[in-house]
Design a protein around this ligand. Structure first.
Ligand SMILES: Cc1ncc(COP(=O)(O)O)c(C=O)c1O
Length: 504
């Protein structure tokens, strides 16, 4: 390539020719060229495209939210005129630029999303949060960090995860095509591991010796215990006593992986109480302990950091859709507990206004019953776990007990960025109740041979509602955030209780 040129000359030539700035050493290097990207950041005219030859490594750009492009090589070969793009989404050069994550990461750490977010924590937690912010800022710019992260996602987690056309289900519904982003195929069986790898790497970089985590469905606990084993770090997981019972297989998995599981009996004995306990542990032990939060909630920088680590989902899915179907999906749908799999998916499409973003909250026994976990649809502004967000609370500000058949959605708050996306109308938030989620669970088993997590079944249920109302040319992309092995007993129990109540 242009290696012998000075950087100035290199940039000047790239900009004046409206060409691609690709550094030779990065074409040879199979890892994400973070340093190159941050240099390119300084020049609005230049951006990094990937060679066609290196196409198999494209997934590795996703950590930065940079969409690798293949048309650079095409343009160099003279097949495409200036300003023309190789994908199917229009011809504007502006439009080819994927700016959302790129620009965000160029900016200073984001603590607020509109009126939401922040760091509403005790003074004692400010120092560890500042330390974490500084460490994450530095890690974002470090080539070695991104290389390690992307390498583990590839070699250990098995990324990239495919998108699967749910053909029989779509044909049965008779409307839009339903595509599934298969996070259920990740090692450990859910999207959670993308984030735990990122945070555990950061912990190691910060010299922390011990990992702690909260967990609801147990998937984040398992994912944290897994990386702790991988990195040889002790790990303690806080889990509500009710969740310990309804997610017993995951408790056993965590123990098998060497983690200590603490059953939390305070409050509603679910995820919120587990998170309270984990925060207490962190305040006490922050000198040597890293708190691995499992979702885009909590004080800054967690919402941003977790979203960044999960953005691999959306960036991959966007590219896969373009490659396979020649266009973007019409709607991107994901379930929302704290909101990490949804933010990860949405991150890939935030700059595509034609893609509707749909979050799905747990309606439990129905919004009117009060027994649900739909914080955006049924909550009010408040502060929980260090962030201002939409909450399920009483008039006095006490946190309400939540309910959902799915433990992973059973949380009274939601990530602050979701509240903001809702306020500005960029995303909409639907509600799916237990019965609808179980019906979607059954449908995916029977029509596609895939047993989904109950959490993911909420997103699927929303797609099942929408698909028949849309034409066959429409695409609904559903994030299948996890697999349902952990839920078997729970589903059987739920069906048995419905059957006995219908007999009464
Ligand atoms: C498979 C699966 N999907 C979704 C969730 C909800 O979490 P989030 O909203 O952070 O993606 C969980 C939580 O445990 C989960 O296990």
């Amino acid at each position: 390539m242009l290696k012998k040129l000075t950087e100035e000359e290199f940039k000047r030539r790239a900009a004046s020719a409206d060409r691609v700035a690709v550094f030779k050493e990065f074409l040879a290097d199979r890892e994400t060229p973070v340093a190159a990207l941050s240099r390119l950041d300084e020049d609005e005219e230049a951006f990094l495209l990937e060679s066609v030859a290196g196409g198999e490594t494209r997934g590795r750009y996703s950590y930065l939210g940079i969409e690798p492009r293949t048309q650079g090589a095409e343009r160099r070969r003279g097949r495409l005129p200036r300003g023309h793009r190789a994908d199917a989404r229009g011809s504007s050069r502006q439009k080819t630029r994927r700016t959302y994550d790129h620009k965000k990461r160029k900016q200073k750490m984001k603590t607020h999303y509109g009126i939401y977010g922040g760091q509403y924590v005790a003074e004692t937690l400010m120092a560890p949060l500042r330390e974490l912010e500084a460490a994450y800022e530095a890690a974002k710019k470090d080539v070695a960090f991104a290389r390690k992260f992307n390498g583990i996602l590839h070699d250990y987690v098995g990324r990239e995860s495919p998108i699967t056309y749910a053909k029989r289900l779509s044909e049965h519904l008779g409307g839009a095509m339903i595509l599934l982003k298969r996070e259920d195929l990740n090692h450990t069986g859910a999207h959670k591991v993308n984030n735990t790898i990122g945070q555990a790497l950061l912990a190691r970089r910060m010299g922390k010796k011990r990992l702690i985590a909260e967990t609801g469905a147990g998937m984040h606990g398992v994912a944290t215990a897994t990386v702790a084993a991988l990195f040889g770090m002790p790990c303690e997981v806080y889990m509500g006593a009710i969740d310990v019972e309804r997610q017993a297989p995951n408790v056993e998995r965590m123990k098998m992986l060497g983690a200590t599981v603490h059953a939390v009996t305070e409050g509603s004995a679910t995820l919120k109480d587990a998170m309270n306990e984990a925060l207490r542990d962190w305040v006490t032990n922050c000198a040597d302990t890293f708190y691995v939060i499992g979702t885009v909630a909590g004080p800054a920088p967690y919402p941003e950091m977790v979203r960044d680590f999960q953005s691999v989902i959306g960036v991959e899915a966007r590219r896969q859709c373009l490659e396979k179907y020649g266009r973007l999906p019409d709607e991107a749908i994901a379930c929302v507990g704290g909101g990490s799999n949804a933010m990860g998916l949405f991150a890939g499409f935030l700059d595509d206004p034609e893609v509707k973003l749909v979050g799905v909250e747990a309606g439990g026994k129905g919004l009117a019953s009060g027994e649900h976990a739909a914080s955006i649809n049924g909550g009010r502004l408040g502060v929980l776990h260090g962030a201002k967000t939409m909450l399920l609370q009483t008039d006095d500000g006490n946190i309400l007990d939540t309910y959902s058949v799915s433990a992973g959605l059973d949380y009274p708050g939601v990530g602050p960025e979701h509240c903001h996306l809702h306020d500005i109308g960029r995303a909409e938030y639907a509600v799916i109740d237990d019965d609808e989620a179980i019906a979607a669970f059954d449908a995916l088993c029977r029509f596609e041979g895939i047993i989904p997590a109950l959490e993911s079944s909420h997103a699927l249920a929303e797609a099942i509602k929408r698909a028949p109302k849309l034409g066959r040319d429409k695409i609904l992309l559903v994030n299948l955030s996890g697999r349902g092995d952990k839920d078997m007993e729970n589903v059987m129990r739920y069906k048995a209780s419905r059957a006995s109540s219908s007999r009464v």
